[in-house]
Write a protein that binds this ligand. Structure first.
Ligand code: HGY
Ligand code: MN
Ligand code: MN
Ligand code: MN
Length: 418
């Protein structure tokens, strides 16, 4: 790559067709019949996505490294090696039946940025690093934003390694089995800034006909695992008062979660997404039920109030039904504001390109939430159809993907050459 003459504003244009083709190629890895993807973290399919990503990066002259938690970093040198790198990217893992753009858009748009620079022979002042973070979704091992969380010092590596999925496979075993337990330490390295392009995963941009979301931060979250234990007994012979039915208890706690959400109006979020009934036999009163609970709120005080009230109310339900309840708080994070300078750069960039934009707080969690604890960070959103995500029908318009990638490219370039 010959050195280009880095100027402040190259006015480089990404290639929308090349971007969309690369998105469709990645979407083919783990493609599901209904048009989504299944690339559960650290599975063989995730490995295929990772291998494909590595190949594309190396074909662009990037040096790819993998850290101890499997985070992938594809590095492009800058003119001034003493400068801290500008980071950008997202995640390639997906929900069990996820959409083809959640995470992948940010990674593939980052690759398009690199391709655009290479095509123009432009060298930036600061180095660039394109990131693929491990296990953003948290669906398999119960901790979302795991890779970025280890990198940012939120999760100790041994704790992350010991997390196990429902079959008892640990993160460390899964990393080893797909060959992505890297040598490099998973500690955060010095970085100038981080920019993440992502679909909004909600309805606001589409409803307001805005092209770009200038993301100012993300809301607070708390995740729990719950185990309710009663007693298996015969469905035909056990009278009501003798029953210790864990599924009835779970049903009442699920209703409690829903009522606590609705009590907070439009901003409330409370979800039970996973549920396992044991012994799961139609003529046995269930003696054990395991389920997930998560709450979110843009206001920390509200989230704290929920985290204070929920365990007590759930315990009262268990007591009433003579069940034992084990409630484990898996993690919690406060609402995370992003960096004002990076936010302003995204806003300026969108304006200069004439893209309609608005500021927005992210309802979803993203790797940027943890990276922001160490590095000045901002995010760029584009709309998704009907605000739908974590659904195989997730879809975006090619021109929206191109606009998001253009803003990412301009913002990273401006930051790397300032
Ligand atoms: O759950 C989340 O917010 C993220 O999309 N994994
Ligand atoms: Mn995502
Ligand atoms: Mn997601
Ligand atoms: Mn996310």
């Amino acid at each position: 790559m010959d050195g280009g003459t880095p100027t402040r504003d190259h006015n480089l244009r990404i290639d929308p067709r090349r971007l969309w083709d690369a998105l469709m190629d990645m979407a083919a890895i783990g493609a599901t019949p209904k048009g989504g993807v299944r690339r559960l973290t650290l599975t063989e399919v995730d490995k295929r996505g990772r291998d494909h990503f590595r190949k594309l990066c190396e074909a662009e002259g990037l040096t790819v490294t993998v850290d101890a938690i499997g985070n992938m970093f594809a590095r492009r040198p800058g003119r001034d090696p003493s400068r801290k790198p500008v980071l950008f990217g997202s995640h390639l893992d997906s929900q069990p039946s996820g959409g083809k753009f959640d995470g992948a858009l940010g990674v593939i748009a980052g690759l398009e940025l690199i391709r655009t620079l290479n095509e123009a022979g432009v060298e930036t002042e600061a180095p660039l690093v394109l990131c693929n973070w491990t296990d953003e979704e948290g669906s398999r091992f119960g901790h979302s934003l795991m890779g970025s969380g280890v990198w940012a010092g939120v999760y100790p590596l041994p704790k992350a390694y010991a997390l196990a999925d429902s079959e008892g496979v640990t993160v460390e075993q899964a990393l080893e089995s797909i060959g992505y337990k890297g040598e490099q330490t998973a500690e955060c390295f010095p970085a100038d800034s981080y920019f993440e392009l992502h679909i909004e995963q909600g309805p606001i941009l589409e409803a307001e006909d805005r092209l770009i979301g200038i993301v100012t931060g993300a809301q607070a979250q708390v995740w729990y695992d719950a185990v309710l234990t009663g007693r298996d007994s015969h469905a035909g012979t056990t009278p009501p008062l003798a029953r210790r039915d864990a599924l009835v208890g779970a049903a009442r706690i699920i209703d409690l979660v829903d009522r606590m959400m609705r009590a907070r109006g439009e901003a409330g979020r409370g979800t039970v997404g996973q549920l396992q009934v044991l012994p799961n036999s139609r003529n046995v009163v269930p003696g054990e039920v395991r389920f997930s609970v998560e709450f979110r709120h843009p206001d920390d005080a509200e989230l704290a109030a929920i985290a204070e009230a929920f365990p007590k109310a759930a315990q009262a339900i268990a007591d009433e039904l003579r069940l034992s309840l084990t409630l484990t708080e898996l993690f919690r994070f406060a609402a995370q504001p992003f960096d004002p300078d990076c936010i302003a750069l995204v806003a300026e960039t969108a304006k200069r390109r004439g893209f309609s934009a608005r500021k927005i707080v992210s309802g979803a969690g993203h790797d940027a939430v943890y990276v922001a604890r160490k590095v000045p960070t901002a995010m760029i959103f584009i709309p998704c159809k009907d605000g739908l995500s974590h659904n195989e029908e997730e879809s975006i318009l090619p021109e929206h993907a191109a606009a998001g990638a253009q803003v990412l490219c301009d913002a990273v370039l401006a930051r790397a050459n300032r």
